[in-house]
Design a protein around this ligand. Structure first.
Ligand code: ZN
Length: 261
């Protein structure tokens, strides 16, 4: 029974990923309701409607060798990879008995990641809604428990002020928005309210560390240059999932290592 549930949550992640990716694409193309939900999926290039088997997450990519069956235009590798990652993430949240609110947070981060990768911008309204929800979460928690818990909010503010100062010093006030967009700050602010201080710092360092590693790899492979703006949201999202699922294990391991050293 348990195994069936594990498979179910993994498959749920795959389907949700493919649905959310399509929805974000359509939102950006300014589709109207109800077309945004009802219009059959089609190839971006030749507009051919996709057959049922071309809608199966991951498998369709393998079956069609990553190309449209009519015009042979390439399907971006982001689709199958993001589907697989969301499947694994939802499975891990369930497997590690993570709190209920980690699921909607993951889905919000996943959706915004699509924008960050394809359009190099995080849409304002959903980001502000996310910040609003995190405030609401703190308020409801305070009302229920009778005491005000800020979680990692002070740390979140320290990170935002600290990075802003570094960027201002490095790039000057006029250009400081370029590297770290305002959207990235707001997402960090939100996450700081949902995470405790220890987990927030772990998440922050995991995302910075992986972003730096990827930048170096991209640099060595000559895919990036000094002016490449790396989207940060994918790193926040992956770091968030790693932290809420295996953060305690990682911290325990790090603690032991530090103790040995
Ligand atoms: Zn096509």
């Amino acid at each position: 029974m348990q195994t069936i549930l594990y498979i179910f949550f993994f498959l749920l992640g795959l389907v949700l990923a493919s649905f959310l990716n399509a929805l974000m694409y359509r939102l950006n193309k300014k589709y109207k309701y109800p077309e945004i939900l009802t219009k059959p999926s089609h190839c971006e290039k030749c507009k051919k409607e996709l057959k049922w088997y071309e809608l199966i997450p991951i498998l369709s990519y393998i079956l069609t060798k990553g190309r449209c069956s009519k015009c042979k235009s390439k399907i971006d590798i982001y689709y199958p990879i993001s589907e697989l990652l969301l499947g694994i993430s939802i499975f891990l949240l369930y497997y590690t008995h993570s709190a209920w609110y980690t699921y909607p947070i993951l889905l919000i981060l996943f959706s915004l990641t699509y924008f960050d990768i394809y359009y190099k911008a995080i849409p304002q309204i959903p980001t502000l809604v996310f910040v609003g929800l995190s405030f609401l979460y703190l308020i409801v928690n305070a009302l229920i428990s009778g005491e005000i818990v800020l979680n990692a909010l002070p740390s979140g503010l320290i990170v935002i002020v600290g990075i802003s100062l570094i960027l201002v010093v490095m790039y000057g006030f006029k250009n400081f928005k370029e590297g770290f967009g305002i959207g990235d700050f707001l997402i960090l602010l939100s996450l700081s309210m949902f995470l405790n201080t220890r987990d927030f710092w772990l998440m922050f360092w995991i995302s910075i560390f992986t972003a730096v590693v990827i930048s170096i790899v991209g640099f060595v492979l000559k895919k990036y240059n000094l002016k490449t703006a790396l989207p940060l949201l994918p790193f926040f999202t992956i770091a968030y999932i790693v932290t809420v699922t295996y953060g305690a294990v990682i911290l325990k391991y790090l603690g032991l290592t530090v103790a040995i050293l």
